[in-house]
Design a protein. Structure first.
Length: 298
């Protein structure tokens, strides 16, 4: 069955995130290894890295992924911003290597004043530059996006163009987000739409490249192109879609991670579980052993 987890705060140090995951009965985890809204990153002390890896191993929290900074834009036509983004992504992957992470999740970027085609090529070229000296280590997981503004990656064809334009294909995976899928026009809320979505994904990208799923409901309907996460079962994705995901045998080996809204801005006690996370996780866990008829009734 899928390994379920949530994005956890690293307040108090990286090992605290693992302990918070364990307290919520998670067996996988997503973190930021640095502030998501700043370019600068504090160095990772060797003792903290060691404690993080030991705690994750002891508590069997795996795999663990990081989400890259939101400032990174590999598609930026501005060469200064693009180079700064390349440097920042390199640092994110270095941190992932040190922590033993499965991957670093990255939004492909926005073409802003350029064109969609040129933006996709800029992303592929930047990935080639980042991986030119990397033969192994943490994967880069391209996240499918909702398609707001000039954001790239909201079509499976976008992801395929980026991947096909790189020489580091073995180092590239994909992360799908349930909110983003629906917002981008992939109607996973219906049984037929769910089937077509994954058939299209297999055609353009390939299920073997899928490494992670973000579990989020959507505040806005299918095709809205608006990225607004909602609690599980309280949005337009709906409970039945999450039931299909959790019981889909072709996805059973994947880690699935919540990015739903938190109730608390900062953790209280060091390993206190956010009540909203606990509620959402419990909702999802009910589906793992439920029959199809029970999922529909819920």
């Amino acid at each position: 069955m899928p390994r379920l987890g949530a994005h956890m705060s690293i307040a108090g140090g990286l090992p605290r995130a693992v302990e918070r995951a364990q307290a919520a009965n998670c067996n996988t985890l997503q973190i930021f290894t640095k502030s998501a809204s700043q370019w600068r990153a504090r160095p990772l002390p060797a003792d903290e890295v060691s404690a993080f890896r030991t705690t994750a191993n002891d508590l069997d929290i795996n795999p663990i992924v990081a989400h890259a900074s939101y400032l990174i834009n590999l598609a930026a036509p501005n060469p200064v911003l693009r180079q700064r983004s390349i440097n920042a992504l390199t640092d994110e992957l270095d941190r992932g290597d040190a922590l033993g992470l499965l991957g670093v999740v990255l939004h492909p970027g926005s073409y802003t004043t350029g064109t969609e085609e040129s933006g996709l090529h800029l992303v592929a070229d930047a990935i080639n530059e980042v991986f030119a000296a990397r033969e192994k280590g943490t994967q880069l997981l391209l996240e499918h996006t909702a398609g707001q503004g000039t954001n790239l990656g909201h079509r499976f064809e976008h992801l395929a163009t980026i991947i096909n334009g790189t020489s580091a294909k073995k180092r590239l995976g994909v992360c799908l987000d349930t909110c983003h899928l629906l917002a981008a026009g992939y109607n996973i809320a219906t049984a037929d739409g769910y089937s077509r979505t994954f058939e299209d994904f297999e055609t353009f990208v390939g299920l073997d490249r899928l490494q992670l799923i973000h579990l989020n409901d959507s505040k806005h309907p299918c095709g809205s192109r608006r990225d607004r996460h909602e609690h599980i079962g309280q949005g337009w994705v709906g409970l039945e879609a999450f039931g299909r995901l959790l019981k889909d045998p072709q996805l059973a080996h994947l880690p699935m991670v919540l990015e739903t809204p938190k109730e608390q801005r900062q953790p209280g006690k060091p390993t206190e579980v956010d009540p909203a996370d606990l509620k959402n996780l419990n909702t999802l866990r009910q589906f793992i052993d439920a029959t199809d008829s029970e999922v529909k009734k819920s």
